[in-house]
Design a protein around this ligand. Structure first.
Ligand code: FE2
Length: 201
């Protein structure tokens, strides 16, 4: 949808600002934030990760006896599995819960009250869940930077810049999820809980 594309571009622009400020996202609805997050999940799994993988494989082909490189590739594959698992949990639980809650709250419906009152979890369960993945990738980058003998290797340098960019994008993604989405949903949860006089905590 055209509007989604505009939102996506604008959100990306806000994320590239020097100072990240939660209030800059006040004008975006929960729905558009979720669309942005979903799109970036697709970009990670459909574009950025395959590109890194491809360059890793090319390097391994050229340096078949480099065990450190092989170990780093294995670590990257583990990171990829963890990230995909994390994405699937978000898309199966957090996003549908958030969407239903948001839709119900703007419609002022009984559904929102019931969802919070009888729901199995609250959005707080998801806060900071990206942290492990970030550490992982940071460690791989750190170890790659300390590899010797690749100074003038084009594939190696491309790989390093791709993986560094992926790391930055995942950090931004995590920031928007933890600080923008979760904050907005907590506000809805609290408002509804307050309304029925029930707090989940
Ligand atoms: Fe995510």
């Amino acid at each position: 949808m055209k509007t989604d594309k505009i939102y996506h571009k604008n959100i990306k622009k806000l994320l590239n600002d020097n100072e990240l400020d939660v209030h800059k996202f006040d004008g975006y609805s929960v729905k558009s934030i979720i669309e942005f997050l979903k799109k970036s999940h697709q970009e990670f799994t459909g574009k950025a990760i395959p590109k890194v993988e491809q360059n890793f494989l090319m390097l391994l082909k050229n340096y078949p006896n480099n065990n450190q490189l092989q170990t780093l590739f294995n670590l990257f594959i583990k990171f990829e599995i963890d990230l995909k698992h994390h994405i699937s949990i978000e898309e199966k639980t957090l996003f549908p819960y958030t969407k239903t809650l948001y839709r119900a709250s703007i419609a002022n419906s009984l559904q929102a009250l019931l969802l919070i009152h009888f729901g199995e979890y609250s959005v707080s369960d998801f806060a900071n869940s990206h942290e492990n993945n970030e550490c992982y990738l940071g460690e791989i980058i750190h170890l790659l930077e300390h590899q010797t003998g690749f100074e003038n290797n084009i594939t190696f340098n491309i790989l390093l810049s791709q993986i560094t960019q992926l790391n930055e994008e995942i950090k931004m993604h995590a920031w928007i999820e933890d600080n923008v989405l979760i904050k907005k949903v907590k506000e809805i949860e609290q408002a509804v809980s307050h309304f029925v006089g029930v707090s989940k905590n």
